[in-house]
Design a protein around this ligand. Sequence first.
Ligand code: SDX
Length: 434
Amino acid sequence: MDAKNTAKSAALAVGDKKLDMTVKDGTIGPSVVDIGKLYAQTGMFTYDPGFTSTASCESKITYIDGDEGVLLYRGYPIEQIAEHGDFLETCYLLLYGELPTAAQKADFDYRVNRHTMVHEQMHRFFQGFRRDAHPMAVMVGSVGALSAFYHDSTDISDPQQRMIASIRMIAKMPTLAAMAYKYSVGQPFVYPRNDLDLSSNFLRMCFAVPAEEYKVNPVLSRAMDRIFILHADHEQNASTSTVRLAGSSGANPFACIAAGIACLWGPAHGGANEAALKMLTEIGSVDKIPEYVKRAKDKNDPFRLMGFGHRVYKNYDPRAKIMQKTCHEVLTELGIKDDPLLDVAMELEKIALKDDYFVEKKLYPNIDFYSGITLKAMGFPTTMFTVLFALARTVGWIAQWKEMIEDPGQKIGRPRQLYTGSTRRDYLPISRRK
Ligand code: SDX
């Protein structure tokens, strides 16, 4: 969709009315028809459940071309960032819009490192959860609770407080995610170490135990960092739209991020990595694949291939290719020669990509298809997969939230509806109801 749209306006005939609506062009990608005055001029709403043809905002952060399988963070291709950058550099780029100089990167790393610890009371906050609580439930609760601790960064009208809240979220998500994991396995929390980079710090907080020294494996730490980069932002997906809508009411950033985590948890969205691994485990062996592919194509069967398909990508998700490469690197580093789940995944992908159903519907593996195998090999339980997605996506949510707050035209999001319920009717006393 790179060809610039030539039309400068769009005509809409509504009854005997002819409306001329402004067409706005982006720098790349589809243009938009501004329908802001439609209701005032026609008394009608547009109707687009799932927002398949609706742009909810203007943004400069992330661009996706679903037909070409392109993903750009502030104009830089994801393949190049994943290859050459690190996650904190990606956080700087998404927040500030430019790649940092060496001095800016050092200062940003220092500022984030200064906020990696959480208030000590949070340790007691965790005690209220059952040990077998899903770590995503713990994350929704504990991230929302940050607004109960950090009152000095909840005034969203103050740019200084907005930036402190942003840095705090980026810095504390790895600590809270590691605490959620440790709590679920009954091991003591491990405090962050500021001499380690973010991903090494995170792996250590997850897998170190007081009884012995923990040595970070640089290959696994690099893989973790790359996985965070791949998940950092993705335009106006469901959880980002949730954060923007929550933020449009003026809610504090911690509450908005908690809302994003709640939305990401769904199996159709960020929960798909956990669901995809469960699916691959259920399939179990290559010979069972045809049966499951048949079920995925059966309209009467709710089963879908988890980790396949995407609202925007009608081509291979560029992140899935990098994820597959990272998966092989991790399995090789860990000496895992033949992972049956990877065999099933590779064969399933091969079969599905040749099957007319998937070809016609343009269903390709998405980022969640290979991430589960990689994270499982690294030692994470499936219940932690979406927590890792939320850890990485926090910077995207924060960057999009900041962009929305700083947009002078921003107003509270308040969609309308097509009402098909009862027309007006009078109250009936219970004695007269049948
Ligand atoms: C993420 O938006 C984002 O950017 C999200 C994300 C991000 O980074 O934020 O990329 C992360 O959420 C990735 C997607 C993870 N979800 C899954 O892997 C779950 C499985 N996929 C599907 O549920 C589905 O593909 C969605 C939810 C991802 C997209 O759904 P859409 O765009 O609403 O498309 P659809 O459900 O209307 O599907 C179109 C057709 C349907 O058939 P018809 O009604 O046209 O006959 O394709 C079929 C669907 O039945 N279909 C599938 C399928 N996905 C879609 N059939 C079998 N298996 C699948 N996985």
